[in-house]
Structure formats: structure tokens, C-alpha cells
Design a protein around this ligand. Structure first.
Ligand code: DQA
Length: 140
């Protein structure tokens, strides 16, 4: 089974960026743990600060992978184009957030992509990604 994780803008700075909100671990450290925990799942990871590259990765993996775990970062709140890309593919997409976006600024309460996603997981720190992997695995 193949799962694609896609991280959007500023998520390359995990561990450095606002550690009080996003934690002290880099994504690479976390990803290594996640892969060890699910040795039977092929987990690929991609990060981009650019909207078009995120869309290209959804197109590339969205017809063959078992699931996409998408943290679109701030594009969550603005991107009709990412919404449309999710609608265009057949692979289920799970929206994830490290922080509980609903307990933060009002502009983070709206998601432009949630209605196109299979489900939304937010507020469990980096464990949000594992919960999404677990959901995709259970759905197989
Ligand atoms: C985030 C929440 C977004 O509002 C923010 O723009 C991010 C990270 C999260 O994982 O909590 O970049 O998606």
C-alpha cells in the first residue's frame, strides 16, 4: 500500500518555526519514526512552498496511491485550485493540521479544501499524520 504525504508552505521549517505551536521535531525525524511504525506501508513525503507543485503532486499520485495525507498549510484557507485538484483525482485525501486551527485566529477556521476531502484531522501535533495514515489503512 502506498501513501503520499504532502506538506505545504512553511512546513519545511518544522522544528524551527513557532515550536510552541508546531513542536520541536523536524518533519524528517518524525517521518523516520512513522515509517518504522508502518513497515508494510510505502510512505512517501513531499513538501513545497508553491501551490502549483502541490497540485502537480496531487495529480501525480491521486490515481494510484491508497491515500494522500495533505497538510496544505496556509493554502488550506485560500486555495480553490487545491480544492479542485482534490476533486479531480480518485485517491482519498485526508486534510491534516498539526495545530487545532479552530482554537486559533478566525482566518484559520475556514478550510477551502475540507469539503473535497474524505476527512479532517487537526490538533494532535505531528501525531495528526499518523492518525490519517491509520484512517487510510483501516479503509483498505
Ligand atoms: C497548519 C495550520 C495552518 O493554519 C497554518 O497556516 C500552517 C500549519 C497546521 O498544521 O497546524 O502552516 O496547517
Amino acid at each position: 500500500m502506498k501513501i503520499q504525504i504532502i506538506n505545504g508552505p512553511n512546513l519545511n521549517l518544522l522544528g524551527v518555526r513557532e515550536p510552541g505551536i508546531y513542536g520541536a521535531s523536524s518533519f524528517e525525524e518524525y517521518l523516520a519514526q512513522l515509517k518504522r511504525r508502518y513497515p508494510d506501508i510505502e510512505i512517501s513525503s513531499f513538501q513545497s512552498n508553491e501551490e502549483g507543485e502541490i497540485i502537480n503532486k496531487i495529480h501525480e499520485t491521486g490515481f494510484s496511491f491508497a491515500g494522500i495525507v495533505l497538510n496544505a498549510g496556509a493554502y488550506t484557507h485560500t486555495s480553490v485550485a487545491i480544492h479542485d485538484a482534490i476533486k479531480a483525482v480518485t485517491t482519498p485525501v485526508i486534510e491534516v493540521h498539526i495545530s487545532n486551527v479552530h482554537s486559533r485566529e478566525e482566518f484559520r477556521h475556514q478550510s477551502m479544501i475540507a469539503r473535497a476531502c474524505t476527512g479532517v484531522i487537526a490538533g494532535f501535533g505531528l501525531d495528526s499524520y499518523r492518525l490519517a495514515v491509520e484512517a487510510i489503512k483501516e479503509a483498505q
